[in-house]
Design a protein around this ligand. Structure first.
Ligand SMILES: O=P(O)(O)OP(=O)(O)OP(=O)(O)OC[C@H]1O[C@@H](n2cnc3c(O)ncnc32)[C@H](O)[C@@H]1O
Ligand SMILES: [Mg+2]
Length: 166
């Protein structure tokens, strides 16, 4: 079965390859259709869905997958948030990933309009941070990396697809 991921991000691709070990995983630069820095769960979820559908539309058979990171506000606190979507062209499955509070230092920069990936790159002096450990890796002292976090989202998607309960 072909799996087309709507992103060339390495952390996302690694996560998909581990979750679908025996399948052919390809990537395509799918537009999210939302802002580069989503600012709510709704926007982040829609980014994931748009990417999954775009990927599926570029396949004859198989699964399209979208993974999207963003931030959301709860009780005055900004949280990192993550969403995933999977479609076989008929059913659409969605699932969310880890939420962790953004340290104050980062929250104020985001409210000024900066993109989290850029703020993290500056903070860690690592331009590739979004491809590897990601913000979640920095905030959790490396205990949860971006690929591990997305892997969990992918098992929720794959599991729903296999369960075929809707
Ligand atoms: O190529 P794509 O798939 O777009 O990869 P990306 O790193 O931009 O990832 P997203 O678009 O899904 O993330 C949306 C925004 O959230 C940021 N972001 C979210 N989670 C992150 C993480 O764990 N590490 C670094 N940046 C993250 C990222 O910089 C983007 O500005
Ligand atoms: Mg992006």
């Amino acid at each position: 079965m072909h799996i087309l991921l709507g992103s060339n991000n390495k952390a996302k691709k690694d996560a998909v390859s581990r979750c679908f070990l025996n399948e052919t995983v390809l990537t395509i630069d799918a537009p999210s259709g939302v802002s580069p820095q989503p600012f709510s769960d709704e926007e982040t979820l829609n980014g994931a869905i748009n990417r999954a559908k775009y990927a599926r539309n570029n396949l004859e058979h198989g699964l399209g997958i979208g993974l999207e990171g963003g931030v959301m506000e709860l009780e005055g606190q900004l949280f990192l948030t993550n969403w995933g979507a999977l479609t076989d062209g008929q059913q659409l499955y969605v699932a969310s990933g880890a939420r962790v509070p953004l340290p104050r230092l980062f929250a104020s920069e985001l409210k000024e309009g900066k993109e989290l990936g850029d703020v993290m790159a500056h903070f860690t002096k690592d331009k590739e941070i979004r491809q590897n450990a990601g913000a979640i890796g920095v905030f959790t002292n490396g205990l949860i990396t971006r690929d591990k976090m997305f892997e969990h989202v992918l098992y929720q998607l794959k599991g729903q697809y296999l369960a075929k309960l809707n």
